[in-house]
Design a binder for this molecule. Structure first.
Ligand code: IMP
Ligand code: MG
Length: 179
């Protein structure tokens, strides 16, 4: 598995430190508010699990599952909801947690959907931001790292459902997907 990794971009220590900082900032910003942390599966599952343990205020946890990539490296632009939430978004301050903001199509679709359903306070936290890929006007309110234009795997991120369980974020060797 590690033979397919061209370079480790972010190691466990760097990830842990940054997630800690994000958790502290979020705890400060949402103190006294009904916070709902909404993880977007599957890519966010490890970031989400680490982040909520660094949030020191009470919060509720929910998940939505969406699919936007269909196992390639380029976004299809089509977002399919595979698992939805059954709570009323109006009643919470919602923090959407996603692994990576690339084209922005997934998060702008989700943001518009939740706003249409009546969400009044909606913010976005991403571990990684790849600004070079952006195709829509969307920004994260909390961001761990800005990353270069390369296909990344590990710490939740996959290529064709592989590499999610690597403890670091690495650059996938292009030979893996150009075969
Ligand atoms: P966007 O809609 O293009 O912003 O893409 C968001 C989704 O695409 C993320 O949740 C990831 O699942 C996937 N994605 C984008 N870039 C990468 C990458 O470098 N590695 C793995 N998945 C990625
Ligand atoms: Mg994803």
């Amino acid at each position: 598995m590690t033979a397919d990794i061209e370079k480790v971009l972010l190691n466990e220590e760097e990830l842990h430190q940054k997630v800690k900082e994000l958790g502290a900032q979020i705890s400060k910003d949402y103190a006294g508010k009904p916070l709902l942390v909404l993880g977007i599966l599957k890519g966010s599952f490890i970031f989400m699990a680490d982040l909520v343990r660094e949030i020191t205020i009470p919060c509720q946890v929910e998940f939505m599952a969406v699919s936007s990539y269909h196992s390639g490296v380029k976004t299809s632009g089509v977002v399919k909801i595979i698992k939805d939430i059954d709570i009323n978004p109006k009643e919470y301050n919602i923090l959407v947690v996603e692994d990576i903001l690339d084209s922005g199509l997934t998060l702008s679709y989700l943001r518009d959907l939740l706003l249409r359903r009546g969400a009044v306070d909606l913010k976005i936290a991403v571990l990684l931001d790849k600004p070079s890929g952006r195709k829509t006007d969307i920004q994260a309110d909390y961001c761990g790292f800005e990353v270069p234009d390369a296909f990344l795997v590990g710490y939740g991120l996959d290529y064709a459902e592989k590499y999610r369980t690597l403890p670091y974020v690495g650059i996938l060797d292009p030979k893996v997907y150009s075969k």
